[in-house]
Each structure stands twice: as structure tokens, then as C-alpha cells.
Design a protein around this ligand. Structure first.
Ligand code: FES
Ligand code: MG
Length: 532
């Protein structure tokens, strides 16, 4: 390749390039890599770029979640297999950041995150548009007959107005923010829009920083502690972050032997108000958060409840980094004061009960307050296909009081735990003006979605979890204030149903799908493979 010995004696910085023509969010990587290389070279390192698989939400079937662990393995093994002293993890789209963190934590060479950055917001007739919270809203309007095909096509053409990741507080924004608070990304790096010159300067600084990290042997195992994860959970709640953050953080922590429980999330949730006013919980977009100072200012607002001595890629602590950061400015509305938050506390709640013995999750801040305590009869769909075939049937016996139940959409049943938990409201109810209903499943939900939606029910239906036992018309009780999800059916009846239960046929007989099915763990354990 033409490297002289003299060049190869410098610290070698691997840069993981997850550009892909099938990943719409990673199209600015050539620019970012050039900037990283400048930083690495100016600090005396030798940058060498290499590929791993790339996971784009839009064009990966059956679901990117099925391949997160594959990407984590690819990342870990390629960092370890190739002669590099440290690595820049260049990701962005939802599953890429957790996959890279899981892999990098296990490989344990000096590593730093750099993300694509969010898209800038689009607009339609004076309304701002963001993928994909506004897609869902307008798609609902279209299904209800209030928008025509041309109007919805025009909106669609403006939803993704630049390269970058979804610009609401979806999973990509959430995971970028968590990488930052974990101390694995330079301060401020999560919110800079993909297309701004500031992002290139940040990439350059990332290149300089990884060289220092190599010189100081600053590895993930020296940065991450239980406290780092508690900080991350705290931030997850304060930003109104994605429910997927629960699964990913759990998986990353378990790579270090730190066993986060759903109740840990719950406890911090209960004492942390949502202060970031971004969709889907609030009204703004990532570019607005950036202009308000980004995640460092959010952390500043939380400073007294964060573990200030947690370490960062800079070799300094979070407290030291925050000393120069201003408090949220009075003029802006994006980061609210804790005394006047967007949502009092508990954006995420974990639920337990006979329907979810290992737990389930609900995003309260994106739910309808009047449905948080609700008892109603179940309308049950056995699979995604069944849902698709019947949900809009005019004869479906369903009222706004019903609870829509989807079975067999978990890690094994989905397969891959698809983001199908945002179950559609039946067309006939939409037309009658119904905006929200209680919906429950073992699936996940896009971080950009909203509604009274219970997710991640564990154990899942496909392995015989109690969700599989729900039958049409059974009464279900959701009681979020008391963190309960109960199937109001007699134990003896349930025991009988369990005996007669026939599990669905496995999806895979060979290949990665078979490996996945044999080793995937349930949602409350982070959906990692049991051997990782
Ligand atoms: Fe990549 Fe939303 S599709 S972040
Ligand atoms: Mg998403």
C-alpha cells in the first residue's frame, strides 16, 4: 500500500466507515472521514479507514434490530483482527451506534464515537417537518381521508431534507446523546446537524482526540462504570429519549458485566423531569437543540444529579467538562428549566404484572394522559400478517375502549423485534376521530412515534410468554401510575391455555437467522446474544 516504516510507527487510528448506498443517513461520511483524518494527522497519528456492515433503518428487512448483534460482532472482531491502536466509530442511524459501542466495549481498544448528525428540518405549508414523527402524523391524516395522495406525496418529498439521521428525539438522536453522556463522544457532538460546517470541525477534533486517547491508553473499560450508565439513564429520561435506548443501554452495560434492571430505569425516570422539548414528546427538532447548546447544556441543567466524576474521552471528568458550559439560556424554549419541565417526571415507565412477568415499557410522555389508567377488552392479532390483514376490516369488532394486542412480534417471534409496536388505529375509528388507543405487544416502537403504547413485553409470545395466552374479549388492565399490566383472567383458565398453547413455527432453519434464534436474549436483558 506504499506506507513507509516511518509512517507505520505512528499510532494507527482505524476509522470505521459505515457508508452504504442503502443507508440514507450516512451519506456525509466521505466529508467527515476527511476531517477526522486531518485531525489524526495533525496530532501525529496515521488514519486508516475500514468498512463494517452498515444498518440503515429504511431499507433493511425484516428489521435492523435483527442485525444489531451481527454488526456488533463485525465491529468487535475487525477492531481486534486488524493492527490498529485505537478506533473512531463512525455511525449514526439507529442500530449502528449501539452496535459499535457493544463491539468497541468488548474489543476494549481506545475508541471514540462520531455520528452522522441529524438532518435539518423540512417544511410543508409553513409547518416544519421531521422524520419520522411528522410522517406518522400526516400518514394518519391520509388514512383518515383528510389528505389526498398528491398532498401526502409532497410531504413525503420534504421529510428528509438533507443527509443525516432522523431529526427528532428518535432512536438515532437518543443513542448519540447517550454516547455523549457516557463520555465516549466529544462534548456537543450529538446534536450538530449533519450538513453544518461545525460537524466537520467536530470530526477534526475527534481525530485529534483519539490520538491522545491512544497515547494515554484510554480504553472503554477505563471510562465506563456503573455511574456512567446511571448518568446515561438520567439523560435518557431528561431528553424524553427513545424506548429503544432501554434495550441498547442494557446491552452495552452487560458487555462490561454491569447488569441494569428495568427497575433501575424506572427509579431514575420517576425522579427526572423531561426538559428537552423535542418531538415526539414536545415541539422542536435537533437543529434547535444544537442552537440552544446541545447535550452539554442539558447536562448542565442536570449537573447536581449527575455523577460528576464519571470519565470522558478527553481524559477529564464530566464535572470538569461542564465547568465551562452555560446554564440553559432564558431566551430559548428547547431546554426547559427543571422547575418548569415539559413533563413532570417518568418519561419511561416499566410495567410488571401477570401479562409481563419480566417487564414491559411504556413511553408516558408520548401517551394520552387519560389512557394511562385503562381497563378494556382485548382485540387480538396473532402476528404482523394477521394485523395487516384485519386491522382495517370494517367488520372488526372494535371500539375506542378496546385494547389492541399484537402477539409474536418479539425478538424471536417478529423475527427481530420489529418496530411494529406502534399498532395502527383501525381506519373506521380513525375516521370517527379516534386519535389514540391502548396498544400492547412484545415488539419495539420507533423512537419517533407517539401514543399509549406498551412495548417490549417479556417473555415474548413466541416462546410461550403470557402475552400468547390473551384471547379476544379478555379484559386487560393498564395502570401506569402503579406500574401494572394485568390480564384479568382466572389463573386456572390461563394454566389451561398454557397447556394447550402451540408455539409458532421457527422462522429460520439455517444461517444467521438460526444462530440469532438460538442465542437471542429477551428484551429485559438487552437482546444481546447469550454468548457475547
Ligand atoms: Fe436512519 Fe432514522 S432512518 S436515523
Ligand atoms: Mg428509528
Amino acid at each position: 500500500m506504499g506506507y513507509s516504516d516511518q509512517e507505520l510507527e505512528r499510532p494507527i487510528v482505524g476509522i470505521i466507515n459505515t457508508f452504504s448506498g442503502f443507508n440514507s443517513c450516512h451519506h456525509n461520511f466521505a466529508d467527515l472521514i476527511e476531517a477526522v483524518k486531518r485531525g489524526v494527522l495533525s496530532h501525529g497519528g496515521l488514519p486508516i479507514e475500514f468498512p463494517t456492515i452498515s444498518l440503515g433503518e429504511m431499507f433493511t428487512a425484516p428489521t435492523t434490530m435483527m442485525f444489531r448483534n451481527l454488526m456488533a460482532m463485525d465491529t468487535e472482531e475487525m477492531i481486534r483482527a486488524q493492527p490498529m491502536d485505537g478506533v473512531v466509530l463512525l455511525g449514526g442511524c439507529d442500530k449502528t451506534v449501539p452496535a459499535q459501542l457493544m463491539g468497541a466495549v468488548s474489543a476494549d481498544r481506545p475508541a471514540i464515537c462520531l455520528v452522522a448528525g441529524p438532518m435539518i428540518a423540512g417544511d410543508y405549508q409553513g409547518q416544519r417537518l421531521g422524520a419520522c414523527t411528522d410522517c406518522r402524523r400526516f400518514w394518519g391524516e391520509y388514512r383518515a381521508g383528510r389528505l389526498n395522495a398528491d398532498e401526502v406525496a409532497e410531504i413525503e418529498s420534504r421529510l428528509c431534507s438533507s443527509t443525516g439521521t432522523c431529526m427528532v428525539m428518535g432512536t438515532a438522536s437518543t443513542m448519540a446523546a447517550l454516547a455523549e453522556v457516557l463520555g465516549l463522544m466529544l462534548p456537543g457532538g450529538a446534536a450538530i446537524p449533519a450538513v453544518m460546517s461545525e460537524r466537520r470541525r467536530h470530526a477534526e477534533a475527534t481525530g485529534r482526540t483519539i490520538v491522545s486517547m491512544i497515547k494515554n491508553d484510554l480504553r472503554p473499560s477505563k471510562i465506563l462504570t456503573q455511574q456512567s450508565f446511571e448518568n446515561a439513564i438520567r439523560l435518557l429520561m431528561a431528553i424524553g429519549g427513545s424506548t429503544n435506548g432501554v434495550i441498547h443501554l442494557t446491552a452495552i452495560a452487560r458487555r462490561l458485566g454491569i447488569k441494569l434492571k428495568l427497575t433501575d430505569f424506572d427509579q431514575i425516570s420517576d425522579e427526572t423531569p423531561v426538559i428537552v422539548n423535542l418531538k415526539p414528546s414536545g415541539e422542536y427538532y435537533m437543529e434547535d437543540l444544537f442552537k440552544a447548546g446541545g447535550i452539554p447544556v442539558v447536562m448542565k441543567a442536570l449537573e447536581d444529579v449527575l455523577h460528576r466524576d464519571a470519565q470522558t474521552v478527553l481524559g477529564s471528568t464530566i464535572g470538569e467538562n461542564l465547568s465551562a458550559v452555560p446554564h440553559p439560556a432564558a431566551w430559548q424554549d428547547v431546554i426547559k428549566p427543571r422547575t418548569a419541565p415539559l413533563f413532570e417526571s417518568g418519561t419511561l415507565a416499566s410495567l410488571f404484572g401477570n401479562l409481563a412477568p419480566q417487564g414491559a415499557v411504556i413511553k408516558r410522555s408520548a401517551a394520552s394522559p387519560d389512557l394511562l389508567t385503562h381497563r378494556g377488552p382485548a382485540v387480538v392479532f396473532k402476528s404482523l400478517e394477521d394485523l395487516h390483514n384485519r386491522i382495517d376490516d370494517p367488520d372488526l369488532p372494535v371500539t375506542p375502549e378496546h385494547i389492541i394486542v399484537l402477539q409474536n412480534a418479539g425478538p424471536i417471534g417478529g423475527p427481530g423485534m420489529p418496530e411494529a409496536g406502534y399498532l395502527p388505529i383501525p381506519k373506521k375509528l380513525l375516521r370517527a376521530g379516534v386519535k389514540d388507543m391502548v396498544r400492547i405487544s412484545d415488539a419495539r416502537m420507533s423512537g419517533t412515534a407517539f401514543g399509549t403504547i406498551v412495548l417490549h413485553i417479556a417473555p415474548e409470545a413466541a416462546i410461550g410468554g403470557p402475552l400468547a395466552l390473551v384471547e379476544e374479549g379478555d379484559l386487560i388492565e393498564l395502570d401506569v401510575p402503579n406500574k401494572r399490566l394485568e390480564l384479568l383472567v382466572d389463573d386456572t383458565v390461563l394454566a389451561k391455555r398454557q397447556e394447550q398453547l402451540v408455539l409458532p413455527e421457527p422462522h429460520f432453519q439455517r444461517g444467521y437467522g438460526l444462530l440469532y434464534t438460538q442465542h437471542i436474549e429477551q428484551a429485559h436483558l438487552g437482546c444481546d446474544f447469550d454468548f457475547l
